[in-house]
Write a protein of this length. Structure first.
Length: 104
């Protein structure tokens, strides 16, 4: 099977339990088998951007710094998702209050 332009196969070692969980979730959500490769590729790109920023600002990155940054990003992602859900809920409530004529 040929690869897309700019793509290359790599041999990496991953934790079996993590891969099994991810694949199981993807399957239950109806996502294609290529989801893991795309997610890892995107994650590496994002992590490289973070590393570049740290390198430009500090010059070094310790493991403590890395985990602190990952934790901050996770908190931000949770906050964004929570706000998105609140807005969706508010929009649904507004839509349900409209008159039948407005709904049509």
């Amino acid at each position: 099977m040929s690869l897309a332009d700019g793509k290359q196969r790599y041999s990496i070692t991953l934790t079996k339990a993590h891969v099994d969980r991810f694949r199981g979730l993807c399957k239950s959500l109806g996502m294609p088998p290529t989801t893991m490769a795309a997610a890892l590729d995107d994650s590496l790109d994002q992590l490289s951007s973070v590393f570049q920023t740290v390198k430009d600002q500090k010059g070094k990155l310790g493991i403590t710094d890395l985990f602190k940054m990952v934790g901050e990003q996770a908190e931000l992602a949770i906050e964004v998702e929570t706000q998105r859900r609140i807005l969706n809920d508010q929009n649904r409530k507004k839509a349900s209050r409209r008159s039948k004529i407005a709904k049509a």
